[in-house]
Design a protein around this ligand. Structure first.
Ligand SMILES: [Zn+2]
Length: 444
């Protein structure tokens, strides 16, 4: 009798333990395993890792603002409830079972949103994912810093705008070094340094396309540059290749027809694939039309792109090895602005151990940023677009005489030494007797 009771007890205790996971497996319930959150200035992306392809639907609720995500035949991992990073517009995540086998996730929000969702197939880094994009729909979300230049004086000259695009971001880490360095982090660091240098440059203004760890669609990046009326678009990346010995930087501009080399084609596929990794773009239906228009408008910008790229490549040669001696041509999406000269710089090979190390060094990041700055400056100072402060260069000239110093000349003409250095492409303050200095007008 006692034995029977013991057996029954064992049966009661053990069988459910064995059966519980089994029933789930048999029912084919999906596991929502983990989640990541990426907060961009005007949107928030939540990515759920799921154990398989998921069927879902979502809707929003008001008072208070919530987003409800119903997943068919799914369960949530208990750990996830505690680990979801809150941020952006998301205050909290709640969950509960529904209809016995479904799962309901509720995101408590700080305000109204326009949601968009899609699923991603496994890649090298992640498995199946459900991606939820939350675009701020409230008035607060519309307060994008849109600085429209209002000039009362018709003679006012504008700053040259340099759009700086750090590649990848958020869910899309880009290439990865052996030591774990992520392309998205290294290139953001360089981009920020470059922006700081542009900021200091008289007559120039930077726009950081991405200023944080979040993803922006490739065409959205171009759009943002255009919104700011950028004169130049620079996309910063770090390369990777299966052969770890390969190293050096490369500079790309858009190709007229496809890629100029096998390597370029391979790269173009990889960089463009970022849109599939980081987020599917659904608004590219007008691609065909875009291509046609592109062809017409691009010749002019291509010329400028090429010349800036030549200058930048020359400067990159001073700070490290270059992978290709000439500017490369490839079909990167971010280079496809018909009206903004654009270049893409692969600053180094993150797959090469010594270059990976350099990419994480702040000293080297600064050197790279400075090289890009020098290349950009030398082109635009010599070829300032009409209407920019850089174009407002006075024709005054000063012929260097014995005993002249830069500070004397600066004082005499009432301009800063920096301006003199910039306008005259000076690498140091040494003056050669007999050479001619261009003296810009005051305040330019
Ligand atoms: Zn990249």
């Amino acid at each position: 009798m006692r034995l029977m009771r013991l057996i029954r007890l064992v049966f009661l205790l053990v069988i459910p333990l064995v059966l519980a996971p089994l029933t789930q497996v048999y029912a084919g319930a999906l596991q929502v395993q983990s989640a990541r959150l990426w907060a961009a200035p005007d949107s928030t992306r939540v990515v759920f890792d799921v154990s398989g392809p998921v069927t879902h639907r979502l809707f929003t609720l008001k008072n208070p603002d919530r987003l409800v995500i119903d997943l068919s035949n799914a369960v949530i991992d208990d750990k996830l409830k505690k680990t979801l990073t809150r941020g952006g517009i998301v205050k909290d995540l709640r969950s509960g079972p529904r209809n016995k086998k479904d799962l309901r996730l509720v995101l408590d929000l700080k305000g109204p949103v326009k949601p968009r969702s899609f699923v991603l197939k496994p890649n090298e880094q992640y498995g199946h994912r459900l991606v939820i994009d939350l675009f701020s729909a409230g008035k607060a979300g519309k307060s994008l810093p849109k600085k429209i230049r209002t000039s009362n004086k018709p003679t006012q000259f504008r700053d040259l705008v340099i759009a700086i695009d750090a590649g990848h971001g958020g869910e899309d880490s880009g290439a990865r070094g052996k030591k774990g360095t992520r392309e998205k982090d290294a290139v953001l660091a360089i981009a920020r340094r470059l922006a700081a240098l542009v900021e200091k440059e008289p007559g120039m203004r930077p726009v950081l396309i991405r200023d944080g760890d979040y993803y922006i669609g490739l065409r959205k990046r171009i759009e943002k540059a255009r919104k700011h009326r950028a004169d130049l678009f620079i996309s910063i990346h770090a390369d990777a290749f299966r052969d770890r010995r390969v190293q050096g930087s490369s500079v790309y501009v858009i190709s007229r027809r496809g890629a100029s080399s096998e390597m370029a084609r391979w790269l173009a596929t990889r960089e463009n694939a970022a849109d599939l990794v980081g987020g599917v773009s659904l608004d590219d239906k007008d691609d065909l039309l875009a291509e046609v228009l592109l062809d017409l408008a691009q010749s002019a910008t291509l010329e400028v792109s090429n010349r800036v790229a030549d200058n930048v490549l020359a400067e990159m040669k001073r700070v490290g090895k270059t992978h290709k001696k000439r500017v490369q041509h490839a079909g990167f999406v971010v280079l496809k602005s018909p009206d903004i000269p654009s270049l893409l710089i692969e600053t180094a090979f993150i797959s090469n151990p010594s270059e990976e190390k350099r990419l994480t060094s702040s000293k080297h990041q600064q050197r790279v940023a400075r090289a890009i700055m020098n290349g950009v400056r030398s082109y635009f100072v010599a070829n300032p677009p009409v209407g920019t402060r850089l174009a407002k260069v006075n024709t005054r000239k000063h012929v260097i005489r014995r005993g002249d110093t830069l500070s004397h000349i600066a004082q005499r003409y009432g301009v800063s030494m920096t301006t003199l250095r910039v306008r005259n492409h000076m690498r140091n303050d040494r003056l050669l007797v007999g050479t001619v200095l261009r003296i810009p007008s005051q305040g330019s």
